[in-house]
Design a protein around this ligand. Structure first.
Ligand code: ADP
Ligand code: MG
Length: 236
């Protein structure tokens, strides 16, 4: 009777449930948002003072952002650990990130060789990467570049994500990953918390360096798949 196993089975059920809820809830949120926008334009003439429609729409957007920070790639099926080709994973991430970068007026440069392989769950890894890259794009504040590159070094796969954005001072740096810590008017403060947890489960590490007004760099390390023993692969 293994209570550790039981715990991971429970976590598995919770994350499957969360993924289903996210899928089901996203649509009604979008529909309600659309209806509120129609009402807003219809009632514009008689409007005076507080715009309750706008407040309601903002709150709906907030709910959507929270779902995005947690469950962008979540699938309602069983999640499994696989040997992942990092370049493949980044190709999917790019599909989401490039439009976002264009929207913010930033540029994306990516150099991830096809040879790099790590172990983990594909949707979780992509969620972790998206949350970091989204912050970089948001930090650009109009113009700049986000650079992503990766290589293998001493049995580890190393990923760098750097931006020429606003940067952070020491006091912000040491609070990264703290739940609800955000300096953005529409931030959730959940993005990096999720990222840190995922990287930890994958036996990885992440380190941020930053300089105010210059930019930020995240360095992530994972054990390279071919150096992980078979029994460690099963228990991840
Ligand atoms: P959110 O993005 O919702 O604010 P996060 O957990 O993703 O929450 O990030 C927390 C805070 O860390 C951000 O509000 C921001 O102040 C800071 N931060 C994270 N990444 C960067 C970055 N690349 N450049 C500047 N600040 C950053
Ligand atoms: Mg964020």
């Amino acid at each position: 009777y293994n209570s550790e196993l039981q715990r991971s089975e429970k976590m598995e059920i919770i994350s499957q449930l969360a993924a289903s809820v996210a899928h089901e809830v996203r649509n009604p949120l979008q529909v309600t948002r659309g209806l509120l926008q129609i009402l807003e334009t219809r009632h514009q003439i008689e409007r005076s003072g507080e715009n309750y429609y706008k407040l309601a729409i903002d709150e709906l957007d907030r709910a959507s952002t929270i779902i995005t920070d947690f469950l962008t790639f979540a699938k309602p099926q069983m999640e499994q650990v696989h040997e992942l080709n990092l370049a493949e994973e980044f190709k999917h991430v790019e599909g989401i990130i490039v439009p976002l970068a264009n929207l913010h007026g930033g540029r994306l440069e990516m150099n991830v060789p096809r040879s790099l392989r790590i172990l983990g769950n594909s949707s979780k890894l992509k969620q972790a990467l998206i949350n970091i890259i989204k912050n970089s794009i948001e930090a650009l504040e109009g113009a700049g570049v986000v650079k992503i590159w990766a290589y293998e070094e001493r049995e580890q796969v190393v990923i760098h994500i750097s931006d020429s954005g606003a940067g952070m001072d020491e006091r912000v740096l040491e609070r990264l990953g703290e739940p609800y810590f955000s300096n953005k008017t529409k931030g959730t403060g959940l993005g990096l918390m999720v990222t840190f947890r995922i990287i930890e489960v994958m036996q990885g590490t992440i380190k941020f360096t930053s300089q105010k007004g210059i930019g930020t760099e995240a360095m992530i390390r994972f054990p390279a798949a071919r150096f992980v023993e078979t029994n460690a692969k099963v228990s991840m």
